[in-house]
Design a protein around this ligand. Structure first.
Ligand code: DGJ
Length: 742
């Protein structure tokens, strides 16, 4: 049992293999957060709280007359409500019909259930074999009748806690939720840094680390998507924490819409962090008897730095978030025509590229934007999901059949949430596009957004995509989304529910994805939003991989993939070898380096193979053989960041669970003459096992290097020195394999 309930049902200890999370309903009925950290026993930890009569931190009425040291403003709260004397950033703000916003939650009851809980219409971690337990704590506001259920799913082995909240109006009047976080965490002692992942289109998930100082700081999005700009994942780390050292907490939101993560240090030095739907983009009316379930947050704690923290998330996302057949199946090596042709193609050209790619060991051809309607540029036709047979010179079925003849699978690009003004769909249904009353909607890439809060819109999208997928010739779908959402208004929602638009949009999106992915379980869906603009754990519940960035420059990708890897496993990151000079940066890099970097994700190509010379084509042939022979290691090996892109030499490693084999990759950029050695400690090997280490090309014979034989302890503690790079952007691969002791 990982959930212990003590003190007559008022002290709750959630134990995982290495952590303990504790809370307590105190004598006044307030639910205090008492501890989260390394596993301890069931001792009530609230004895350690310093009780002081602090000026301007008042006391609840029932307490204040005899104890002025008790204040909701200073004690660590489990789920703080607004207006009752806790002046820190709040988890819950509820407006009553009177206009009052004060909400006072006290403990009511609890329940422990086997397995992990589900959330209707929203992604949630699951376990296949009934693993896990769930604690539900019920709080109530006695005046307005609001009932708040706090959910805690616990996966012991993974050291993961899954939090969510359900709100019920059991009062006699309407209520409006103005802020409803999915979780709050108060850490009363010690100081922390906030590590977050910021960026922009083409340069997502850069790492930012700042000390949480007195006052509030936050990351979030009001774009209706999780966004390129801030990712819904943060780490709270003790000062000086590194990859292998230091206490840290990780928090990932399973949600693909507007979000807010706030961090605050209060007057007593307590650190508060909360996470939920962004309140600027959310108001929800709860009629009497209505309820709302909030999106889930994954929470973990680690004693030993970021590598361990990332492994918790990688393991949980791979085993408990990603679903369906593609949970265990690898994506075939694909070629996507976007950077090869953009809109300039016909069926013949596509087939030539696909057939040549097929000779080089590529098994899936993805036809990107421009195959439908009259779309020859990005100004028109979004929404018209019927193939342009004139442009293609054949039907999609014919194209697919021709590819199949060569055992080449076929994938298609869609942007289901978008609509162009210049489209048949818009001419027929202008009211399906999102816009605010009497205002011109803002354009982005000259396109509008379909109102996914509307049932008829969702039905149209499901049926038009189904029509294409039902031909059963499509093996892969790229689900793109190329703008942020504004003018948020639905002509189908009543005026007092317009604040629900953004969340209802996400619910609509999830409904469509759920229906399509369960109707077509063999089709691999890859998420995309102008690259990685919606790279979040919520999307991974439906699409097991996501195009990581529209930036395919391998040097920039080092940073993008490095940042992404803190939460998301490499198997979820779409990564392609593209042309040199690169289309986004103009930088020239070797074919080897481009492939080395793309191998830290779901590997593919995005260039015109017909324009490559024989030597390059033969190299691609060897690259695809290499990827296939190491596919298990790259798909499910443990991933280690060995050195960061801030250093001249960025390196990483995949090591198998049995510690028998590893691949170490390195790319050197910004090199200087008369170099100092680039040296890393290999990770995850077995101390006393002897390993053969060879610097390899795409096969062991390719480079004329002699193997060295070293025990795991030497490789992990003394380390491995990389060769001197011959040019900027040079890259290396080391194959490390256990050899039996003579
Ligand atoms: C944005 C995507 O990220 C690209 O890969 C490509 O599919 C374009 N959209 C097509 O419009």
């Amino acid at each position: 049992m990982s959930i212990h309930v003590l003190e007559q049902g008022r002290l709750f200890c959630l134990h995982t293999k290495n952590t303990t999370y504790q809370m307590k309903a105190d004598t006044y009925g307030y639910l205090l957060h008492t501890y989260y950290g390394k596993r301890i026993d069931d001792t009530d930890y609230s004895s350690q709280f310093l009780m002081l009569d602090r000026g301007f931190s008042g006391n609840p009425y029932k307490v204040g007359k005899f104890d002025r040291s008790y204040s909701l403003d200073t004690l660590p709260q489990e789920y703080p409500g607004f207006g009752t004397g806790d002046f820190r950033s709040t988890a819950l703000m509820v407006r009553e019909s009177t206009g009052n916003k004060t909400v006072e939650l006290t403990f009511h009851t609890y329940e422990v259930m086997d397995g992990l809980y589900k959330i209707k219409g929203l992604p949630a971690a699951y376990s296949e074999d009934g693993e896990g337990e769930t604690l539900v704590i019920t709080l109530r506001d006695k005046v307005n009748g609001l009932k708040v259920l706090l959910y805690y799913g616990v996966l012991e082995e993974e050291d993961m806690i899954f939090r969510s909240v359900e709100l019920w109006n059991e009062g006699s009047q309407k209520l409006w939720l103005e802020k409803a976080a999915s979780m709050n965490l108060d850490l009363p002692f010690f100081d922390y840094d906030l590590i977050s992942f910021y960026g922009r289109h083409n340069m997502e998930r850069n790492v930012q680390r700042r000390q949480i100082t007195y006052g509030q700081m936050s990351v979030g999005s009001t774009r209706g998507t999780s966004s390129h700009q801030q990712n819904p994942f943060v780490i709270l780390a003790e000062e000086g924490a590194t990859e292998e050292y230091g206490r840290c907490y990780g928090l990932a939101f399973l949600y693909s819409g507007s979000f807010l993560i706030e961090a605050e240090k209060d007057q007593t030095g307590l650190t508060r962090v909360n996470c939920g739907i962004h309140p600027d983009d959310f108001t929800w009316k709860l009629e009497v008897g209505e309820s709302l379930e909030l999106p889930q947050v994954m929470l973990t704690y680690c004693e030993n730095g970021f590598t361990e923290l990332s492994h918790h998330f990688h393991q949980t996302i791979s085993e408990h978030i990603i679903r369906g057949k593609w949970k265990r199946r690898k994506c075939p090596i694909l070629i996507n025509n976007w950077e090869a042709t953009y809109f300039d193609f016909d069926g013949e050209k596509l087939l030539q590229i696909a057939n040549q790619a097929n000779h080089l060991g590529i098994n899936l051809f993805v036809l990107d934007d421009g195959w439908f309607g009259e779309r020859d540029d990005d100004d028109c036709a979004l929404g018209d999901w019927t193939a342009n047979t004139e442009k293609l010179g054949c039907t999609l079925t014919e194209l697919s059949n021709k590819l199949w003849k060569n055992h080449m699978r076929f994938g298609l690009w869609f942007e289901p949430e978008a609509i162009s003004e210049d489209s048949d769909l818009y001419r027929k249904h202008p009211d399906w596009a999102v816009s605010a009353p009497d205002r011109d909607p803002a354009l982005a890439r000259n396109q509008l957004i379909l109102d996914f809060t509307r049932k008829d819109v969702r039905k149209y999208i499901i049926s038009s995509i189904s029509e294409i997928l039902s031909s059963k010739k499509i093996h892969y779908v790229k689900w793109d989304m190329n703008r942020s959402i504004c003018d948020k208004f639905s002509n189908r929602l009543p005026k007092d529910r317009q604040g629900e638009f953004s969340h209802r949009y996400v619910l609509g999106l999830y409904e469509v994805l759920e229906k399509l992915t369960s109707k077509y379980p063999d089709v691999l869906f890859e998420g995309c939003s102008g690259g990685g603009g919606r790279f979040d754990a919520g999307m991974l519940f439906y699409t097991p991989q996501i195009w990581c960035s529209d930036n395919t420059d391998p040097i920039n990708r080092l940073k993008i993939q490095y940042g992404t890897s803190f939460c998301y496993p490499p198997r979820t990151m779409g990564a392609h070898v593209s042309a040199s000079p690169n289309h986004q940066t103009g930088r020239k890099t070797s074919l080897k380096t481009r492939a080395v970097v793309a191998m830290a994700g779901t590997f593919g190509y995005e260039l015109n193979v017909l324009q490559l010379d024989e030597e390059e084509q033969s190299e691609i042939d060897r690259q695809t053989s290499f990827v296939k022979s190491f596919s298990d290691l790259l798909f499910q090996g443990k991933y280690y960041r060995l050195s960061s892109p801030e250093e001249v030499c960025t390196s990483w490693e995949f090591c198998d669970e049995e510690q028998k084999e590893a691949l170490v990759f390195a790319v050197c950029y910004g090199i200087e003459a008369n170099t100092r050695p680039y040296h890393v400690r290999v990770k995850g090997l077995a101390e006393d096992v002897l390993y053969k280490v060879i610097e390899t090309g795409w096969n062991n014979e390719e480079l004329d290097t002699d193997p060295i034989y070293l025990p795991g302890s030497v490789l992990m503690h003394a380390g491995l020195t990389f060769p001197v790079p011959k040019e900027d952007g040079d890259s290396f691969i080391f194959h490390i394999k256990a050899v039996s002791k003579e």
